[in-house]
Write a protein that binds this ligand. Structure first.
Ligand SMILES: [Zn+2]
Length: 110
């Protein structure tokens, strides 16, 4: 097996047969440049793992934001629908998971 073959197999290392893995290991013992390639590949894999974890965390917080936004919209809508048109502009405070949100009867959320 030449270096090019070994490096191709290193990229697919997790999918290799046991025998192929053994061949790669044997080559790594005697070849400095492939060993370095292998180490780089491992680092890259670790990096990809950590990126995936970050994405999961991001997803969760976005979902929380969406739920909060939906709750705010629902309350805002019911306030608008239940408020007669001649009522002067008022500010309603309510607490949503610890954050104070101001709702103006005539429209926007601040
Ligand atoms: Zn090599």
């Amino acid at each position: 097996m030449n270096c090019e073959d070994v490096q191709k197999k290193i990229v697919l290392f997790n999918e290799l047969l046991e025998e192929e893995k053994r061949e790669v290991w044997e080559h790594l013992k005697v070849c400095e440049s492939c060993r370095r390639f292998f180490e780089e590949e491992q680092k890259l894999r670790e990096l990809l793992k950590s990126v995936r974890v970050e994405k999961k965390v991001e997803k969760l917080s976005w979902r929380r934001i969406a739920i909060t936004a939906a709750a705010v919209m629902a309350i805002l809508l019911s306030v608008i629908l239940m408020t007669p048109k001649n009522v002067p502009r008022e500010v309603i405070y309510f607490q949503q998971k610890g954050a104070i949100v101001e709702i103006f009867i005539d429209g926007g959320v601040k």
